[in-house]
Design a protein around this ligand. Structure first.
Ligand code: MD3
Ligand code: FE
Length: 218
């Protein structure tokens, strides 16, 4: 039994809220109540805008498969990285951002101290076993004062959490199904990546991991 005045019990809702770095807030399990809804919405989005392996400007096929929802979507091709209102596969606008996505992102950002977060882009990453995302910064967004909100679903991943320069040796942090991280302020340009996804299974996604990143792109 915890003593009645045990400090650990003062903020029961905050037990899984952790400041990773100034500006980077982990909300452990924050998306769990919405997990099925989110995965169904991803499946619907992928019917209209299928997951695809983009080509980097350097001509390499990314091991992570991607699609987008919202007024803008992040794309990479031999010409570079950019946000585009249309899916280059077919030229139609990206599927609309589901209400549940926008609400989750807004609520998570508010918990981390960013009011009125209104992302117009949701990049959806899909990892199969063996897929990885090399260390990078997210700096294709025009307004770097706005945070990025990330939501992890499915198989656990090892997040590589670096520093302000590429040379900063990354720390390794497990990201679990339902975890949400808000990256803003001084953490906004942190170098980060995902280590090679290990073979594993999750009851809702099988061998796959999904990650949603909500961005104020324009
Ligand atoms: C730190 N996605 O899509 S989420 C990405 O799990 C990306 O798929 C990873 O990096 C994934 O660009 C990592 C955690 C994350 C996302 C965005 C960030 C960390 C961040 C932006 C700035 C700093
Ligand atoms: Fe990133």
């Amino acid at each position: 039994m915890m003593p009645r005045d045990c400090a650990m019990d003062l903020f029961p809702d905050d037990r899984r809220r952790l400041m990773l770095d100034p500006g980077a807030v982990l909300l452990g399990g924050f998306a769990l109540p919405d997990d099925r809804l989110l995965l169904e919405a991803i499946a619907t989005i992928a019917e209209a805008a299928p997951f695809r392996h983009l080509e980097t400007p350097g001509g390499r096929r990314m091991s992570v498969a991607m699609t987008n929802a919202g007024r803008l979507g992040w794309v990479s091709d031999p010409r570079g990285y950019r946000y585009d209102p249309n899916d280059p596969l077919g030229g139609a606008p990206w599927p609309a951002m589901p209400q549940a996505f926008a609400a989750l992102a807004r609520n998570a950002a508010a918990k981390a101290g960013f009011d009125d977060f209104a992302p117009e882009a949701c990049l959806i990453n899909r990892y199969e076993p063996g897929a990885k995302l090399s260390l990078h910064q997210d700096r294709d967004e025009r307004n770097l004062d706005q945070p990025i909100v990330s939501v992890s679903l499915g198989v656990d991943a090892c997040f590589l959490w670096g520093g302000p320069t590429r040379a900063d040796r990354p720390r390794r942090l497990a990201l679990h199904h339902g975890d949400v991280v808000v990256w803003g302020g001084p953490a906004r340009l942190t170098f980060h990546g995902i280590d090679t996804l290990a073979p594993s299974t999750h009851p809702l996604t099988g061998a796959l991991r999904y990650n949603l990143t909500f961005r104020r792109a324009a």
